[in-house]
Design a protein around this ligand. Sequence first.
Ligand code: UDP
Length: 571
Amino acid sequence: MQLTENAIRVLQQRYLARNEKGLVMETPVDMLLRVAKAVAGAEVHWGGEAAVIKWQEIFFDALSQLHFLPNSPTLMNAGTPVGQLSACFVLPVPDSIDGIFSTLRQTALIQQSGGGTGFNFSHVRPENDYVSSHGGIASGPVSFMRIFNAATENIRQGGRRRGANMGILNVDHPDIQTFVSSKITEGQLSGFNISVGVTDEFMMAVERNAAWQLKHPVTGKVVKAISAQQLWDEIIYAAWSTGDPGLIFLDTINSANPTPGLGRIEATNPCGEVPLLPYEACNLASVNLTRFVTGRKGGDGIDWDSLEKTIKVATRFLDDVIEVSDHLFPEITTMVKGNRKIGLGVMGWADLLLMLEIPYDDDAAITLAHKLMGFFQRVCYDTSAELAAERGTFPNWSQSIFHPGKPMRNATMVSIAPTGSISLIAGVSSSIEPLFALAFRHRQVADDMELTSVNTHFLTYIEKHHLDIPEVIGPILESGVAGSSSVLPDEVRRLFKTALEIDPAWHLKHQAVFQQYTDNAVSKTINLPQGTSREAIDDIYMNAWRSKLKGITVFRYSSRQHHALYTGAGL
Ligand code: UDP
């Protein structure tokens, strides 16, 4: 296997199985064999032992060539006593102490197994409301979020990383202003990403500068009216200050809900790429796009046949994961087996563009994204339809948008995950993000790990063009960007533009084109330079809604003291 030094460090520290003394007892190849074997075990239901052996080989072959990788819990847990393989869960938060603490217990156990949890806290009555059962005063959603946060801080996922949560509050909840500013002080709710659940009605009220009503979640009575613009400004100010809250566009999400008969979707998983009903879970995998570049420049430099084969294998792999995963609680098993949601996505998009010498901020990149993702989604759908013919449709199919015309095995198939860890294992750029920097450091607070990445395409390119001179390279690696280098030709600086140098409008264009072909959602962070104004963030959030995104997150460089990515190799 071709693994980078960083990949080996990450695998050893977090993924490879250990014995009771804590010593690593498998190699990366052993790990992938363990995963391929455990997942192919599902094939016994449809093809007996012969199918298990056949698919074990096919899965191992694809994984060991790094054609695709499943989400971290599958790599860590498949074939081990912790059989929980999904990264994404959504749990309900009812308006009762009994219900909230029962969800808290389930959250703790999910996070212990490596899963991330998302919640919408909007059903919880507001702060200072009356509690009839004991004549007391309600503490409100944000205060309950702090309890969930404390639990997360004390649970390391499978002992290997800290848990992650998404906390959502709807824009008409009386506590929305408290929620919006709940992360402004650094360190507060650090185990949560927070997002405001907004509706088209709210966005139009902001556009019209109209009044906005906050309603009691239980009685539906109007508690107070505020200015939509004022609330919007508070959201923008908080997002500018610290990156939180993001927005979740509830109407856009529900217009694409594949099972409207089962209820309205109110929440997503922690990084936003999977909108889910309460008690649903989803397992993810990402295709490593760099493996399908033929070497020709431009949009046709992709080996479409091999890509198709990998998408088909990975889709089948994810459907098998549902069979072999331990979903921990009966409510979750029922929902997961009922809808069979899976999420196949991509990683290495920025690297693929570099290999084809297409700048990220060029129309050619967007045109290629349309072609690639149109193809990607079609193959995922065709594979799910083939699996339905072989194995039957998902049990809730008759209540889905696919009924009656299109028998499908899975209620959703495509999801663009951040691939924060698996892209390090594959040694490629993460998800659909542009290069964060030509050289950068990843800092993982949870286990004190710091990794430095230098973009290999940049090194190869400058070597090929005889630009590998220490006086040129030194300052670029130190700062992480080539933008100010007076020695490099314009086209080189254009091609290797990094996240903070690319106009946010291009970040949004990429997110929007990938969303167009993604039935779940796209997780993307619009990374912005430190000097970005509030007005710029206002524009980004508004345009995100107008572009029919399902969610939006921004992060202004250094707006928090502790964050994950730092530009420059720190030389
Ligand atoms: N996730 C989590 N904890 C983490 C990182 C991720 O629970 O520290 C979950 C979360 O639901 C997220 C999903 O895994 O949305 C996918 O994240 P990513 O693609 O970065 O995960 P990877 O498979 O690369 O570890």
